[in-house]
Design a protein around this ligand. Sequence first.
Ligand code: PMP
Length: 430
Amino acid sequence: MHKGFDKSKAMFEDAKKYIPGGVNSPVRAFKSVNLDPPFIERGNGSKITDADGNIYIDYVGSWGPLILGHRHPEVINALRDYLESGTSYGAPTELETELAKMIIEAVPSVEMVRMVNSGTEATMSALRLARGYTGRDKIVKFEGSYHGHADFLLIKAGSGALTLGVPTSPGVPANTAANTITAAFNNTDMLKEIFALEGKNIAAVIVEPVAGNMGVVSPQPGFLESLRDITMSYGSLLIFDEVMTGFRVAYGGAQSLYGIEPDLTCFGKVIGGGLPVGAYGGKKQIMEMISPAGPVYQAGTLSGNPLAVTAGIATLRVLQRPGVYEMLEKKSAALAAGLAEAAADCGARVNFNRVGSMLCGFFTDQKVTDYATAATADTGKYAKFFRAMLQEGIYLAPSQFEAAFMSLVHSEEDIAKTVEAASKAFRTAI
Ligand code: PMP
């Protein structure tokens, strides 16, 4: 039995007095599902507990980082041990080289890597580098993709910006937006037209190789290949934003799954094991343009923070073990199959997209391949479904346009409970 939200409600009211909207990141306010958010007190394994003592099976996983679940013992022990040494020095540590080597070994297109503190910083810095390297100003991004909240990337953006209906935020100057060209995901012809017109001015194309901020949308066969070919032939850089997919869909990220080598790659989430982190890396020749090796400036007081790096190293060590991604795949496939069957049994028209441990059920009868088809989803039905699932103890992303993340520690019992809850929730939703 759900214990209600009394304590969370009181905490939210209090928070709203001191923090804009009561939250430090918009989607946490649960606006699009018309609910006050539960305040979370702790997490353990696949579960989180809210302030009222409700326990949920968690498929948000801190929005992707917690591929090992909450409080994984190896991550917690590594952090505990490190805390005896300190928290931050603003000086180099050997740990940073260790994590850099692990990333470089995992992702062949990455020869050098620079640590930052968030995915936003990673994409922002990678694009500054691409512009510095090519001497060009324009960039191409895809509609419904989210690359963090830098001004020039907050154009037709996904995730929270999509959900809240503010694809372009006030405060983004028109002349900044003018350098960002938006294309449709999975549409090679449109990209060819853009390059025919503007190719010589385009510094880079940035893409989520599996789009994860308009739900989950996989690249259609040939799409990433043509991105590689077109950018190469115009001397533009191809940037894979693997903040979500890196070490998630495969140890080597989406680029290893699809066999494409981008020029630059952005990371975040999993490589920080739940601590604030980001990174960008790529070909040595390009990366050596970054200060102090080269002239493109980028810096950070807490960049390469030893605690964040420690959590990242501990996480990647677990992920290196044989069978890990096979196990994630098996669990994710079981959940997706169970949910699809539950939806079909109830006559709910839901289209599921899944790549590895990223999953999304769109409340539409259209196959979702880009932003336009994602936008056909019935967000009202999703909100009803979401609320019913929460009552049943299942914590999903509070928006139709987000991925559900499976972790290594979700059990068969968790999956069975989730499917059982969904069987009821689909009935409520339709
Ligand atoms: N890129 C992608 C693909 C993301 O999913 C996100 C965050 N969800 C970001 C960039 C921004 O990362 P952060 O929130 O750490 O700034």
